[in-house]
Design a protein around this ligand. Structure first.
Ligand code: ZN
Length: 145
């Protein structure tokens, strides 16, 4: 029994402005295509205006989630960041910082141990459309041939 570490990535195009994308299947596919049986999947997004987390991916929450962040960190406040770069996305950075950039999920029998109504989501808080790179690092036991 040997522990293996392998790192993968895939690209996602987003619309920005709190766009929420379900990436569960893409992560599970990587586990299965690379013959991992049991371990941990670290899902990370590189970039300071996007986040990875989990929720039930359903139409109501897709509206509630952006509403929550507008309440916590409103877009039209004055942010020092906007005076530094004039890119108008101070709120995007703060939201991403709060939500964090990675999420770890255990897997067994090559399946993510998520609840039935629990998905892994990528949230793009930036104020424009972006191409994002999602990194998936697997640590675990592989099928032996
Ligand atoms: Zn910025």
């Amino acid at each position: 029994m040997t522990l293996t570490v392998e790192t993968f990535s895939f690209a996602v195009k987003t619309k920005g402005n709190c766009d929420i994308i379900d990436i569960t299947d893409a992560v599970e596919k990587i586990i299965q295509e690379n013959n991992f049986l049991e371990g941990n999947a670290l899902v990370f997004i590189s970039g300071s205006t996007a986040a990875i987390t989990t929720m039930e991916y359903e139409p109501g929450l897709l509206k509630d989630y952006p509403k929550l962040f507008e309440k916590l960190i409103p877009e039209n406040e004055s942010y020092h960041h906007n005076f530094t770069w004039h890119d108008g996305n101070g709120h995007s950075h703060l939201r991403a910082s709060l939500q964090k950039s990675s999420f770890t999920v255990p897997f067994k029998n090559s399946k993510l141990l998520l609840g039935t109504w629990q998905q892994i989501i990528l949230v793009d808080f930036d104020n424009r459309s972006r191409y994002r790179e999602v990194i998936v690092q697997l640590i675990g036991i592989k099928e032996t041939e």
